[in-house]
Design a protein around this ligand. Structure first.
Ligand SMILES: NC(=O)c1ccc[n+]([C@@H]2O[C@H](COP(=O)([O-])OP(=O)(O)OC[C@H]3O[C@@H](n4cnc5c(N)ncnc54)[C@H](OP(=O)(O)O)[C@@H]3O)[C@@H](O)[C@H]2O)c1
Length: 337
């Protein structure tokens, strides 16, 4: 399977790393031989029809900062759409940064690949939260797969789990902690009695919160995930503007202490059901499955046959998120081989 990776940051590099680590396993277990034929970052591309060397890709990015400096096969200044036009490939892995205003550049990348008859795997929430139906229609029209497990909860299995493992169940609602940064801040505030501002600053210093934490702390990131799950799992044709969103920036250490006294914790909860699309701080009972600490994500699917099913997992991380992308690549391979 010839793969193009657009974006070579934490997740793109994680994908190269897991492909390198799992080469023998993928070949012996599934007969899958993934070949990375092109990679793009801001500097341009590295392109090699017979397959780039994953370790050399990682070394080049780490040591030189630019993938276009890949020895002999670097293509400085060649942009991602040009790569999709010129390179022969089977599957696009789209892992450029999320943009929630227009979904670009990922939206154009994904549409171009699907219109050219290529399968797509992405961790990019932007285009799906803004135009889920359009992208799904485009995949259907062109007979290609669009897979996005890594968009919701990183390594926490939820999309494919709902579609495959719970295939016979009607899923009525989804309820969960879908943002690791806010869960980390709220956990530390509860454990240490620290203020929101101080805890956010420490999370930024540790690289857990971004320099501009707006989308995480104001609940937008969780709302994107709610939209993706509402469309994909509950069949609700909604977009980001349909979600009622309130973040955690107004939560005080006093309100957390008060909740604790009553045996409760304050968590940022996302909910999707035919009656509610919402992200807001809510009380959960200490000791319940929702009392997860740190950057963990958790989600409960309410089903007709299996009752409540809860999954927990790491919501972010280079290799962790790449594991979800690899699982989508394997699913596509099983369909195509
Ligand atoms: N990190 C996680 O744990 C995680 C978990 C789940 C989902 N996600 C999602 O996965 C995606 C990637 O995340 P990340 O953490 O890997 O981001 P990142 O570290 O910021 O990397 C983004 C990469 O995209 C490249 N890029 C930006 N614009 C481009 C363009 N127009 N053409 C080609 N390359 C371009 C950047 O190039 P330069 O390197 O040259 O700047 C960089 O290599 C995001 O949408 C994110 O929301 C991330």
């Amino acid at each position: 399977m010839k793969i193009v990776i657009l974006g070579f940051g934490a997740v793109g590099q994680g994908v190269a790393r897991v492909i390198s680590m799992k080469k023998d396993y993928l070949r012996s277990k599934y007969g899958l031989k993934p070949q990375i034929v092109a990679v793009c970052d801001h500097s341009g591309a590295a392109i090699k029809e017979e397959g780039l060397d994953e370790k050399l890709l990682l070394e080049t990015k780490t040591e030189k900062g630019k993938i276009s400096l890949y020895p002999s096969y670097g293509a400085p200044g060649v942009d991602s759409l040009q790569v999709l036009e010129d390179v022969e490939y089977d599957c696009l892995v789209e892992v450029t940064p999320t943009d929630i205003d227009d979904g670009e550049p990922a939206r154009s990348h994904i549409l171009k690949a699907m219109e050219d008859g290529k399968d797509v795997v992405t961790s990019n929430k932007g285009p799906l939260a803004l135009s889920f139906q359009e992208l799904g229609d485009c995949a259907g029209k062109n007979g290609v797969e669009l897979k996005f497990e890594a968009c919701v909860g990183g390594a926490m299995p939820i999309i494919n789990f709902a579609h495959e493992t719970l295939a016979g169940c009607n899923i009525e609602s989804i309820y969960g902690i879908l943002n690791g940064t806010t869960n980390y801040i709220l956990s530390r505030m509860a454990n240490e009695g620290s203020s929101y501002e101080q805890t956010l600053q420490e999370a930024q210093e540790m690289g857990i919160a971004e320099t501009n934490p707006y989308q995480d702390v104001e609940g937008i990131d969780a709302a994107c995930k709610i939209v993706i799950m509402a469309n994909s799992i509950l069949n609700l044709p909604v977009t980001l503007k349909d979600v009622d969103v309130e973040g955690i920036s107004r939560i005080t250490s006093e309100s957390i202490a008060l909740a604790k006294k009553e045996g409760m914790l304050i968590k940022l909860i996302g909910e999707a059901s035919p009656d509610a699309l919402e992200v807001s701080p809510r009380l959960v009972r200490q000791g319940s499955p929702f009392a997860v600490e740190g950057t963990l994500n958790v989600a409960t699917l309410k089903t007709d046959l299996a009752d409540d099913v809860t999954v927990v997992g790491k919501g972010a991380g280079s290799v962790e998120t790449a594991s979800a992308i690899l699982s989508d690549i394997v699913s596509i391979w099983k369909i195509r081989k």
